[in-house]
Design a protein around this ligand. Structure first.
Ligand code: 13P
Length: 335
């Protein structure tokens, strides 16, 4: 393992006020969002949409790395330029989603286990050869009255740690994403308790599996109430709960934490990231940034609607949401 190279990539991913753009929706997820936005669900429309994203003017000013999906890695613009080349030329590090989705976990009703470890060493070799420098694996944890169970958390943590070790062997920085879902009517306190348990177990197993902490990035949820909760929280409460939880669980050796947005409104996700920087700037051992999909892409996708004449304005909307999150990283976001 080339530890120095891994930590250099991780540092670049967290640099300045930039963040990561998750554009790694699987075919099924991308099609679902296209259907909601009235966009045809074909490979060509997915290619056009990803072309819109990677050709957005000045995107490299805001985004340090883009997480791709396998289909996108092999795609190119209409004039034949591979997306990976465009990203690299824009100063954006290309990465790849490696998990193969969260499946029902046998004997654990309602809970999910993420698959994708089989053949991963070979896949990693091919992705490394294609120029990808980092990867992502997402585990999902559901809060209900009876879940999550430790059996489910440990199984997901083990898969995350095995994936992370294989990434580092291949020279790719692993993004470790244990997402506690917002689905449900639980309180922010319950989200705190579950996120804390999940992160404790995830780091216990990462360390057991000898993952190099300086060469990985954590992608957690923010600590927020459930979407159906009657007791919503303001930005400062979310910032306080999230930072308190991370300080208890995340080793200082980590170069950075890059949040998912998880279905929060785009404005809320930015306001929360901003509140963390306003209050805790220079008081934390790791850099904090965004690794949003929906909270950066949604307005652009909805405006585009699959129409060529809407591309330029959709790109402006994408750039705007990305640069708003840069401002949030500086603690200068204005709603
Ligand atoms: P959201 O920001 O839409 O939650 O997506 C982030 C992500 O990469 C989910 O795996």
């Amino acid at each position: 393992m080339d530890k120095q190279a891994l930590s250099n990539i991780a540092q670049k991913m967290m640099a300045g006020d930039k963040g990561l753009l998750a554009m790694d929706e699987s075919i099924a997820t991308c099609n679902k969002r296209f259907a909601e936005a009235g966009i045809p669900q074909t490979e060509e429309y997915r290619r056009k949409y990803r072309e819109l994203i990677v050709t957005t003017p000045k995107l490299g000013e805001c985004i340090s790395g883009a997480i791709l999906f396998d289909e996108t890695v092999k795609q190119a613009t209409a004039d034949g330029t591979p997306f990976i080349d465009l990203l690299v030329n824009a100063g954006i590090i290309p990465g790849i989603k490696l998990d193969e989705g969260a499946k029902d976990m046998p004997a654990f009703p309602g809970e999910k286990i993420t698959e994708g470890l089989d053949g991963l060493r070979e896949r990693l070799k091919n992705y490394a050869a294609a120029g990808l420098k980092f990867a992502k694996w997402r585990a999902v944890i559901l809060i209900t009255a009876n879940t999550p169970t430790d059996g489910n958390i440990y199984a997901n943590a083990h898969a995350l740690a095995r994936y992370a070790a294989l990434c580092q062997e291949a020279g790719l920085v692993p993004i470790v994403e244990p997402e506690v879902l917002m689905d449900g009517d639980h309180t922010i306190e319950r989200c705190f308790e579950v996120t804390q348990r999940v992160l404790h177990i995830v780091f216990e197993v990462l360390i057991q599996q000898r993952v190099y902490l300086e060469g990985m990035i954590l992608k957690p949820n923010m600590v927020v109430p459930g979407l159906g909760s009657s007791a919503q929280a303001d930005a400062e409460q979310v910032a306080d709960a999230t930072i308190k939880c991370l300080l208890r669980c995340v080793p200082a050796a980590l170069p950075g934490v890059a949040f998912l947005s998880g279905g929060q409104l785009a404005q809320d996700a930015s306001a929360h990231l901003n509140a963390m920087h306003v209050k805790y700037k220079n008081k934390l051992p790791w850099a904090l940034t965004f690794s949003f999909a929906r909270a950066v892409q949604q307005p652009a996708m909805e405006y585009w609607k699959g129409k060529d004449e809407n591309v330029a304005i959709a790109q402006q909307l994408l750039y705007k949401r990305a640069s708003i999150n840069n401002a949030a990283r500086r603690g200068e976001y204005e709603p």
